[in-house]
Structures are given as structure tokens and as C-alpha cells.
Design a protein around this ligand. Structure first.
Ligand code: NAP
Length: 257
């Protein structure tokens, strides 16, 4: 039985960075629940092969764009708009790390982190506002879901100056988009994950493992179903009245600090 409250069938989603890690988890969660899911990454071959894999669960279409470049953001939006008139769920998930200590950060690494983590989500929304407007249904807003980080909510025990600032900025941008677009029936919320096992965070590494044991009350890293649950909640009727918040998805890490 499908529970109407959490039903997302028939919607269209775009997940940036859906070619890997948390984005792949989100894409699998949406595609398997009847959402036509577009995934985007920088490499056409990789995107096509990941989309093939996800297509075993549900409809998944690969798109390409380097989000570090405004042209790449525009190209991705144009490729989406060529295929779809309406967008119900935009997941700004792609993210970048870099050398980020006071000693090692450079202009290039700083800019790249800000470009991918803050500028691209904003510009993608700018480009796709017409499709998001077309995705608004009575009693069911179009959704923007930004993937922030607990790194934007606290200062970790390692140096991540630009990354932390970029994620705090993304959480703030989420609120300003919620205010601007809410009146048009488009909500914006952020999810701030703690450690999830991806190519960005090796949760099997000794230091991360210790960190998880020490700081996370649930004593485990995040898993696929954890992020899928929050995205499905936010994307379905159940989450229709949630607007402008950042949800820590961290097993209690932030609460216990
Ligand atoms: N993993 C964690 O523990 C954790 C914790 C908190 C927050 N997050 C956030 O969660 C999001 C996903 O991270 P992840 O851990 O899943 O990382 P990941 O495994 O490294 O995946 C990042 C994705 O972003 C895409 N990407 C990176 N740079 C891009 C660019 N310039 N243009 C277009 N796409 C780009 C990559 O796609 P291609 O390689 O195909 O281009 C890749 O699929 C990020 O925003 C990250 O900051 C992760």
C-alpha cells in the first residue's frame, strides 16, 4: 500500500552530484519511489553508467555540467529544460572540498569550494525558477533541498575554513530562498549531514571511526536510508509545510555538542 502522505510518485527531480555518494543515495531513493530522476555530474560516461544502474530501480536520466563554472550551471539547466517543463524537486547536493587549513588554503581552493557549494546552487535555482514554478501543485509546493553540512553548524576539530563557511552560507541561502520563493509555492530547506560513507568521507578511517564513536550518540555513521527518509519526507505531502529550515542528519551529533 502506498501511504499518500509520503507518496512522491509521478514527480520529476534533479539531483546534482547524483553520480556519487549521498547524491546517488538520494537518486536511488527517489527513482525507486516513482520519481523521474535526473542526475548530474561532470563526466558524461560516469553519469550514464550510474544512471543505467539506478534505472534498474526506476527512471533515471544522466545530465552533465561542471558546477564550478557558471557556463556549466547554465548548460545543466538548459539540458534539463529541453527535456522537462516542470521540476518538482531540485536537490542541490554536489559539493567540493579542498586544501582548507589556514596554512594550505589558496585563492583557487577557496574559490572552487564557494563556486560549487554556494554559487552553483543559487545560480541553478535562478535558471530553473520557471520549471520550479511549473512544478507547483495545489497543496503541494515545488521543493528546493540543499545539502549543507554539520560543518556549517559548528566548528569541527579539524580545519575546514572555506568548507564550513560555504555550508553556513548555503544554510543561510536556504532561508533567503524560502522567504523569496515561499509566496510562489516553492519551499527551500537544507539537510545538514554528519559523516556518511562516501568518497568525500572515509567513515572506515580510524580518525572518523573514533569521531563517530565519541561524538555521535547513535554511535554510527549515516546510511542510505537515513538520507532517503528525510528527502522523501521533505518531497512528499508530509513535508509540504516545512520551509526555510536546516535539518541536522547526524544521529544527534549537533544536539550532544
Ligand atoms: N559524506 C559526508 O560525510 C558529508 C557530510 C556532510 C555534508 N556532505 C555533503 O553532501 C554532498 C555530497 O557529498 P558526498 O559525500 O556524497 O561527496 P562525493 O561522494 O564526493 O560526491 C560529490 C558529488 O558531487 C559532484 N561534484 C563535485 N564537484 C562537482 C562539480 N564541480 N560540478 C558538478 N558536480 C560536482 C560529483 O560528481 P562527479 O564526480 O560525477 O562530477 C559527485 O557525484 C556535498 O555537498 C557534501 O558537502 C557530505
Amino acid at each position: 500500500m502506498t501511504d499518500e502522505l509520503f507518496d512522491v510518485t509521478g514527480k520529476v527531480a534533479l539531483v546534482t552530484g547524483g553520480t556519487g555518494g549521498i547524491g546517488g543515495m538520494i537518486a536511488r531513493g527517489l527513482a525507486s519511489r516513482g520519481v523521474r530522476t535526473y542526475i548530474a555530474g561532470r563526466d558524461a560516461q560516469k553519469a550514464a553508467s550510474v544512471a543505467d544502474e539506478i534505472s534498474k530501480l526506476g527512471e533515471c536520466i544522466p545530465l552533465v555540467g561542471d558546477l564550478a563554472e557558471p557556463e556549466g550551471v547554465a548548460a545543466l539547466a538548459a539540458a534539463f529544460a529541453e527535456r522537462e517543463d516542470a521540476l518538482h524537486i531540485l536537490v542541490n547536493n554536489a559539493g567540493a572540498l579542498g586544501p582548507d587549513s589556514l596554512a594550505e588554503s589558496t585563492t583557487d581552493s577557496w574559490d572552487r569550494i564557494m563556486e560549487v557549494n554556494v554559487r552553483a546552487p543559487f545560480q541553478l535555482v535562478q535558471h530553473l525558477v520557471p520549471q520550479l514554478r511549473a512544478g507547483v501543485r495545489p497543496d503541494d509546493p515545488a521543493r528546493i533541498i540543499n545539502i549543507g553540512s554539520i560543518g556549517g553548524l559548528h566548528i569541527p576539530n579539524w580545519e575546514a575554513h572555506a568548507y564550513g563557511a560555504s555550508k553556513a552560507a548555503l544554510h543561510h541561502l536556504t532561508r533567503s530562498l524560502a522567504k523569496k520563493l515561499g509566496r510562489e509555492g516553492i519551499t527551500a530547506n537544507a539537510i545538514a549531514p554528519g559523516p556518511f560513507p562516501t568518497s568525500m568521507t572515509d567513515t572506515a578511517a580510524e580518525t572518523v571511526r573514533k569521531n563517530v564513536q565519541t561524538y555521535i550518540p547513535l554511535e554510527r555513521a549515516g546510511e542510505e536510508k537515513d538520507v532517503q527518509g528525510v528527502v522523501v519526507f521533505l518531497s512528499s505531502r508530509a513535508g509540504a509545510y516545512i520551509n526555510g529550515i536546516t535539518i541536522p542528519l547526524d544521529g544527534g551529533y549537533m544536539a550532544a555538542l
